[in-house]
Design a protein around this ligand. Structure first.
Ligand code: ARG
Ligand code: ZN
Length: 896
């Protein structure tokens, strides 16, 4: 029989949104859990949506075995159209019963119901519920759920679902059951179940109103000693959301469950959050400070979704940033508010901006560029992006800047008053914030402000300063522009809040007197709201040419161009009271040196890249008695290769790598005694504490070790590598141990091998630590062109598994996405290997494959021979006949 190839997948378009033709009021699910064949009985009460024309019922399904369909208890006639189950003649209200089976054990996509280490888990966002039963699998259909779980008691002693446990008991043949009822209506993507051998850390808390809640963190029994931090993070999150936004916990019971097989970080299922173990498990022996801080923000993120996502959800998936941008903003604010002081808050802000600029800016300039509220998609899983999440959070942050912190809290209150229990849009959100602040600039500029939702691309703000000595005025002229992105050739001007200040040449901050606004209070920082393509601002009473500090705190997600002199940047680096711009000045200086050498064509070897003034300034920061270690560590870390590459028209990744390595080596050697001093100064005594202050000290000590080992590499000295190995052996916590290991590996020292072997031996039973072990090696500098061979070797290691996403990421992504100097080979072997891995992964787990497929998004910027070789590797993937639509969408867009 002739088999026709599937038609090209069709794009879903935002403008085609139509309300559902049917509503589902109640869902009564019964699961007979079995890894090989799980039976699912789904009984729904449904009714016609009388607001829309009469249509047949179309239920989504995916890889289900359908056994029976009953309408009001009677066998009904239905037909299949592709994956949809269609029923034509139906009464206005009826009960529908659907009986299906599925095979969780073979579910390697990890969407729907799957098995991980003998435990059942679900992941339903965005469209996984249709892999469990036929359903109206769209977020604007909200129903009341009750769930009966049945399984073998000894294999699956714990049976969990959303809401409250209302009944449990034994069944014949060693089986048992549990019945759960969720008191809140929800869309199907928030459904969850868990069944297996798990243990829980429990805590009872009392809310402000006196209500009691049971909090639980479920893990495998050996991991109970790694749950304290997640539990504390949850307790802090609950208190914070009440204090900052007046949003209380609305459930008697709130559960977090960890699984080691998970595509993403975590999932906010109502009352039953499911997490990647990476964002739950931590103790000082196995987790780094970065792990602790990620756990805090991901636990916060998922908890905050309980309101921003669950109580108010998205009308359709184009509105994804409605919940994700807002919830990232909330978790960022949460982490900042947990900081003890302004310096720690600034460090958190710099870290967040660094993520935005190294990941989201390239996305916004590449083939996958899309607006914060996209207009179309082929596979929604491809749109869980840094644009939806991090740029979306910046858009929310700008709203807060425009209405003030109190005004923003009022807006949030109004948003939840208006929309509680509903599925709404990004427009609804912006409207609520504006309506709660009718006198604000946001309210005045709302339609234009919303271009941040509709236009893709990173705006560029070109700024020039003009000092008039006679009039004693200083004028800044701004010109905004935004490059075309796929499908959007013309961009209208954005609303851009630019927070700025002025420094005198001696570094003193000036009081601002805005021309035309003489009555305004004298301030040192002012937020100018740009709305036009060209705009200017003039300051009066300026005695000599000042140094402008523009875009303080990174007040808008834009690229700021200003022709600073080195002297001006050095002034900002030494004096700017705004820590973000102080850090930024150092980054600009380093970037400038890097770019001038990269584009000069001069030999990298033997060229001194960084000038004395820069090196002295770095020494000044390192030795500064008033700055925190965490901030110093950020300043002393050079801009990443990815960020440097983004500033270039044409990228020779090997040259970028060589130049940055040369800069690193120079800083290591030139500041040798300063690094020694910094290392000694930042030794912690006393008990381990992951708070930002102590973590900052460990981070700076770790950077110092890397530099000391690098310098030793150049000088041939063996004292510091020896000390580093000793530190590796003696370390009392994973942060210090891993930093020492990293220093040996990244400096390519011979001692690295024995340290790696020892590390593996100590932690062979700690999967998350073994991930670090793989990742460190796959990401190590490619001094002899050997890293690809090493990576191939690692994939043959008995601990490697392609099916486990964390493990796959630890080797493959660490090499392809995080090790540009090793990946971009002139012989194209890195790219060929990458394309094989994408193809191989695509057959197992399309979401992970499609994410990997994005590693060469920026191929068109590459210099030859990289450019052609990269294109060829992408085309090689695209030519495969059976690609998932996930991967197909990514490679098709890359080649467009
Ligand atoms: N909503 C989850 C979060 O907290 C992420 C879910 C991602 N799911 C997916 N299929 N891509 O951010
Ligand atoms: Zn989220």
């Amino acid at each position: 029989m002739l088999q026709l190839r599937d038609a090209q997948p069709v794009a879903v378009r935002r403008e085609d949104y139509a309300a559902p033709a049917w509503w589902i009021d109640t869902v009564d699910l019964t699961f007979d859990l079995d890894p090989a064949k799980t039976r699912v009985l789904n009984r729904m009460r449904m009714r016609r949506n009388t607001d829309v024309p009469v249509q047949p019922l179309r239920l989504d399904g995916d890889e289900l075995n359908l056994a029976r369909v009953l309408v009001n208890g009677q066998g009904a006639s239905f037909r299949m159209e592709g994956d949809q189950l269609v029923i034509d003649a139906l009464p206005d209200a009826f009960e529908l019963e659907i009986f299906t089976t599925c095979c969780p054990a073979k579910n390697t996509k990890l969407m729907g119901l799957f098995v991980s280490e003998d435990t059942f888990f679900t992941q339903c966002e965005a469209e996984g519920f249709r892999r469990i039963t036929y359903f109206l699998d769209r977020p604007d259909v909200m129903a009341s759920y009750q769930v009966m779980l049945r399984a073998n008691r000894s294999a699956y002693p714990v049976l969990l679902s959303n809401g409250n446990l209302v009944e449990q008991g034994d069944l014949p043949e060693g089986r048992h059951y549990a019945k759960w009822v969720d008191p809140f209506k929800k869309p199907s993507y928030l459904f969850a179940l868990v069944a297996g051998k798990l243990v829980a850390r429990e805590q009872r808390i009392k809310a402000r109103n006196g209500k009691e809640h049971l909090l639980q963190v479920y893990v495998r029994s050996g991991d109970l000693d790694k749950t304290e931090h997640a539990m504390n993070s949850l307790i802090h999150s609950i208190a914070w959301d009440e204090a900052r936004f007046g949003l209380p916990l609305d459930l008697d019971r709130f559960m977090i469950v960890a699984t080691s097989d998970f595509n993403m970080g975590a999932m906010e299922n109502k009352g039953l959050n499911i997490f990647n173990t990476k964002y739950v498990l931590a103790n000082q022996a196995t987790a780094t400070d970065a792990d602790y801080s990620n756990i805090e923000s991901v636990v916060g993120h998922e908890y905050f979704h309980n309101w921003s996502g669950d109580r108010v959800t998205c009308r359709d998936w184009f509105q994804l940033s409605l919940k994700e941008g807002l919830t990232v903003f909330r978790d960022q604010e949460f982490s900042q508010d947990l900081c003890a002081d302004a310096s720690a808050r600034a460090v958190k802000r710099i870290e967040d901006v660094r993520v935005l600029r190294t990941s989201q800016f390239p996305e916004d300039a590449g083939p996958m560029a899309h607006p914060v509220r996209p207009d179309s998609y082929i596979e929604i899983s491809n749109f869980y992006t840094v644009t939806i999440y991090e740029k979306g959070a910046e858009v929310v942050r700008m709203m807060q800047t425009l209405v003030g912190r109190k005004g923003f809290a009022r807006g949030i209150t109004l948003y939840f008053e208006r929309h509680d229990g509903h599925a709404v849009t990004c427009d609804d959100f912006a409207q609520a914030i504006a309506d709660a602040n009718p006198e604000s600039e946001l309210a005045a500029l709302l339609p234009q402000f919303k271009r941040w939702y509709s236009q893709a691309g990173t705006p560029r703000v070109a700024t020039q300063g003009h000092y008039d000595a006679v009039a004693r005025t200083y004028t800044l002229n701004f010109t905004q522009s935004c490059a075309p992105t796929p499908g959007q050739s013309i961009k209208e001007p954005f609303v851009i809040p630019v927070t700025l200040g002025l420094l005198a040449q001696d570094g003193q901050e000036l009081t601002l007197h805005l021309a035309g606004d003489e009555d305004a209070d004298a301030v040192r920082s002012h937020t100018l709201v740009l709305t036009q393509q060209h705009e200017s601002v003039t300051f009066n009473g300026i005695d000599s040419e000042p140094v402008p500090s523009i875009l303080r705190g990174f007040s808008a997600p834009v690229r700021l161009d200003f022709e600073y002199t080195d002297a001006q940047l050095l002034t900002l680096l030494a004096n700017d009271p705004d820590p973000f711009n102080r850090w930024e000045a150092g980054q600009r200086l380093a970037l400038r040196s890097a770019i001038s050498l990269i584009t000069s064509g001069a030999d990298v070897v033997g060229t001194t890249t960084l000038n004395d003034a820069f090196v002295d300034a770095m020494r000044g920061v390192l030795r500064n008695p008033t700055l925190d270690s965490a901030f110093k560590e950020l300043v002393l870390t050079l801009p990443s290769e990815t960020y440097i590459a983004e500033q270039l028209e044409v990228v020779d990744p090997q040259r970028v790598h060589a130049v940055r390595e040369a800069m690193r080596a120079q800083l290591a050697t030139a500041l040798f005694s300063d690094w020694e001093w910094a290392y000694e100064q930042n030794q912690d005594t006393g008990a381990y504490n992951p708070d930002p202050l102590s973590a900052g000290r460990r981070a700076l000590a770790g950077l110092a070790l890397v530099n000391l080992c690098l310098a030793a590499r150049a000088s041939g000295d063996s004292v510091w590598p020896g000390k580093t190995l000793q530190r590796f052996k003696d370390a009392g916590n994973m942060t210090d141990r891993f930093n020492a290991l990293n220093a040996l590996v990244s400096s390519g020292h011979a001692l690295a091998q024995q340290a790696l072997a020892r590390f593996h031996a100590i932690f062979k039973n700690e999967a998350l630590v073994i991930d670090k072990w793989f990742s460190l090696q796959a990401g190590s500098p490619d001094r002899g062109g050997n890293v690809l061979a090493l990576v191939k070797q690692l994939m043959k290691h008995p601990d490697f598994s392609l099916k486990n996403p964390n493990r796959a990421r630890s080797v493959i992504f660490s090499y392809c996405s995080a090790n540009p100097g090793a990946f971009h080979r002139a012989d194209a072997a890195g790219y060929v290997w990458w394309s094989d891995r994408v193809i191989e992964l695509d057959a197992i787990n399309p979401q992970v494959a499609a994410r990997l497929a994005r590693a060469l998004d920026r191929w068109s910027k590459l210099a030859e021979p990289y450019r052609s070789a990269a294109r060829e590797a992408i085309a090689r993937i695209a030519a495969r006949p059976d690609l998932s639509k996930d991967t197909q969408e990514v490679v098709t867009r890359a080649l467009a």
